[in-house]
Ligand binder design. Structure first.
Ligand SMILES: Cc1cc2nc3c(=O)[nH]c(=O)nc-3n(C[C@H](O)[C@H](O)[C@H](O)COP(=O)(O)OP(=O)(O)OC[C@H]3O[C@@H](n4cnc5c(N)ncnc54)[C@H](O)[C@@H]3O)c2cc1C
Length: 301
């Protein structure tokens, strides 16, 4: 029986693992399937100590090494089921393997929805971004394209207008945009194009040069954002355990301890209800770990 299982070895899960490992008192297992948003971002620009940025992959590999150095174990698996059993939890992996634990931290994050446009993935976090709070700074006074769908893309373009006056929204999926939003785009001088993007053209590693559209037209750009809507929040395990969810499927938690509505089940990172930032995920992970430690100490004495 593990003292704590952390499902999700991204930013939140790794920070929690490091914090828990440093109590030198618990069997901690991180179960991760090696995907997640942090594997996609080629450069985080807004993290203390990394003024030139650091990639998600690099941060994850450093975090895993640091967690392992304080005794945390790792398993590569996808957890498919979570059940409560007599004051403990049993998880079942895709591999069929059962895992049992006294406490559980869910840090499974979410998956951004975006179409498979050639050239796009290599630019993510480098010159095409997802989060205006993280990377609005990067597009200041630069020729910017929003690659998106429907109202979601329109809202992103409107939000970014404060950062640059050279912005065009490409509604790649040609889904309906409310009349009011189209008017706002016009009023704010934001270009609107309703055509499929067939390629993100790059110069050098992940540096967008522009996009090529279905009719052969090429639109130049220095920077981009994506906003297709329909991101998938990975709250399936929380739901199986009966944890309370928000209407948008993020998992509710006590703001102080990060414990969900199910005793001894915590949540951290993008799965929770807050701004979706790396630094917030780290803070959540550390906070949850401290409260998991308090709970485990009480179980001992
Ligand atoms: C392109 C891009 C750019 C970004 N840029 C920035 C930025 O500049 N600054 C910033 O602060 N934030 C940025 N973010 C957001 C940031 O990456 C997230 O806030 C952060 O990764 C959240 O950490 P997390 O641990 O909650 O989730 P993740 O890092 O996504 O980790 C979740 C982990 O759980 C695993 N998992 C999920 N379900 C299961 C399961 N059932 N079983 C086992 N494992 C599972 C996943 O594979 C993954 O490894 C960006 C995101 C993207 C996509």
């Amino acid at each position: 029986m593990n003292d704590c299982i952390i499902v999700g070895g991204g930013i939140a899960g790794l920070q929690a693992a490091i914090q828990l490992g440093r109590y030198s008192a618990y069997n901690v297992l991180v179960i991760d399937n090696g995907k997640g948003r942090s594997t996609l971002c080629r450069n985080y620009h807004n993290i203390l100590g990394w003024p030139d940025g650091i990639s998600g992959e690099k941060l994850r590999s450093l975090g895993k090494k640091q967690a392992e150095s304080v005794g945390v174990q790792f398993a590569h698996d996808t957890v498919k089921r979570a059940e409560a059993h007599n004051r403990s939890f049993v998880l079942t992996g895709e591999s069929g393997k059962p895992y049992s634990t006294k406490t559980l931290l869910l840090a499974t994050g979410l998956t951004d929805r975006f179409p498979n446009i050639p050239g796009l993935v290599s630019t993510l976090g480098r010159t095409i971004y997802v989060c205006p709070d993280c990377d609005g700074y990067e597009i200041e006074n630069r020729k910017t394209l929003v690659l998106g769908a429907g109202n979601s893309g329109a809202d992103m373009a409107l939000l970014l207008r404060d950062r640059t006056d050279d912005i065009t929204y490409i509604n790649h999926e040609k889904t309906a945009v409310d009349h009011g939003r189209i008017e706002q785009l016009n009023d704010k001088g934001i270009g609107y194009v309703e055509k499929e993007i067939v390629e993100v053209e790059c110069q050098g590693d992940g540096m967008i040069r522009g996009v090529k559209l279905e009719d052969g037209e090429a639109l130049p750009a220095e920077r981009g954002f994506i906003s297709f809507g329909g991101n998938q929040v990975h709250s399936e395990l929380a739901a199986q355990l009966g944890a309370e969810l928000e209407h948008n499927r993020h998992v509710k938690a006590d703001p102080r301890s990060k414990m969900t509505s199910v005793k001894n089940v915590w949540v951290a990172g993008d799965l929770g209800v807050h701004s979706q930032l790396t630094t917030v995920a780290m803070g959540d992970g550390a906070t949850a770990a401290i409260w998991i430690h308090k709970a485990l100490s009480r179980m001992r004495f």
